[in-house]
Design a binder for this molecule. Structure first.
Ligand code: 13P
Ligand code: SF4
Length: 319
């Protein structure tokens, strides 16, 4: 415990010394989320992380999250130094959508508008017309559908399927999934709901359709926290990474939050309701990167410039 306290003191010192700002996702350790908030950084969903990083005047951003979040920050602000506690922190959606295979998929369907989820590499974004995050994907696809556009969607099949169902858009889906959300199970959730008849169910749209079907609210991490705070209920069942419970509990201290059931039991299932890559962010490696300046995110400038077009489109749409 003393070591943790010392590490936190050191992070605060180093952020000041290096004039750096900490941008964290809701799935990383509670300590990192708290440090980000108290030192003038931010803790939020992917859309807000991108916007905050772009608009903040600091020359150095430390992104506590996964690689695509660091890359998005770099693409939006090539002049800034973007550091990450662990450069191996990736995402199963990113891994499951290699740029060359994705390019071939796009080449085979030239009549479709290419919409990609934020959870992809810079090279995949460079090939897209639009990038979206979970908080705004539905609105953007509805907008494109209203213009008569046919969509090629990648990589998350569950989020894509959900948006397709909601908007009625013609969408061709890449078959990727998030290894954390894919574990949530509809049948078990139905049983849990019966045991907690007054609980509201909050679901991230990377979850399978059977889980989404039982939701009271489907939304991004920020939207789920907002719902926990504002919905008139005392109990909630939450289908997303359990890192979110920290902020949910802070937003609604008297309410009770239960993590939705997953396939394995938590003793045997390593990825159950917690992203192994988000978990690579810790106090120790945060101090190390701040001290050393190591683990800088690099994006090929030509790829970055191309990728920026589809990210800017989303940010302009959201503005
Ligand atoms: P949000 O944009 O909802 O924070 O989602 C990011 C993510 O990786 C969810 O698994
Ligand atoms: Fe990727 Fe899933 Fe981890 Fe989010 S929770 S970063 S989608 S693997």
């Amino acid at each position: 415990a003393i070591e943790k306290l010392e590490l936190k003191v050191r992070v605060r010192q180093l952020l000041k010394e290096k004039q750096a700002v900490l941008v964290a996702h809701y799935y990383v350790d509670a300590e990192l989320q708290d440090l980000a908030e108290e030192t003038g950084g931010c803790v939020s969903d992917s859309l807000e992380m991108a916007r905050f990083g772009r608009d903040h005047p600091a020359k150095t951003l430390v992104v506590a999250g996964v690689k695509f979040m660091g890359e998005t920050a770099k693409i939006l602000s090539p002049e800034k130094t973007i550091l990450m506690p662990d450069l191996d922190a990736t995402c199963s959606l990113d891994l499951g959508c290699p740029a060359d295979e994705f390019a071939a998929f796009c080449d085979a369907h030239p009549d479709r508008t290419v919409v990609v989820y934020a959870n992809t590499s810079a090279a995949v974004k460079a090939r897209a017309d639009w990038m979206v995050t979970s908080s705004i994907g539905l609105d953007i696809v509805a907008h494109l559908h209203a213009q008569g556009k046919k969509i090629l969607w990648a990589p998350d099949k569950h989020l894509g399927g959900y948006i397709q169902k909601q908007t009625g858009a013609d969408m061709l889906l890449w078959q990727g999934s998030c290894l954390v959300h894919d574990e949530f199970k509809g049948i078990e959730l139905d049983v849990l709901k019966a045991e907690h008849p007054n609980a509201k169910v909050l679901v991230h749209p990377e979850s399978p359709a059977a889980v989404v079907a039982l939701a009271d609210v489907v939304g991004s991490t920020s939207q789920m926290i907002h719902a926990a705070k504002t919905l008139d209920a005392e109990e909630f069942i939450v289908a997303t990474d359990n890192g979110i419970l920290h902020k949910m509990q802070m937003a609604a201290p008297t309410k009770r939050f239960i993590v939705a059931p997953t396939a394995g039991n938590s003793a045997t299932c390593k990825s159950c309701a917690h992203c192994p890559w988000m978990a690579m962010n810790g106090l120790r490696n945060l101090v190390q990167v701040l001290e050393s300046g190591n683990n800088e995110i690099q994006v090929d400038p030509v790829v970055g410039q191309k990728a920026k077009v589809c990210i800017d489109r989303m940010l302009d749409f959201a503005a």
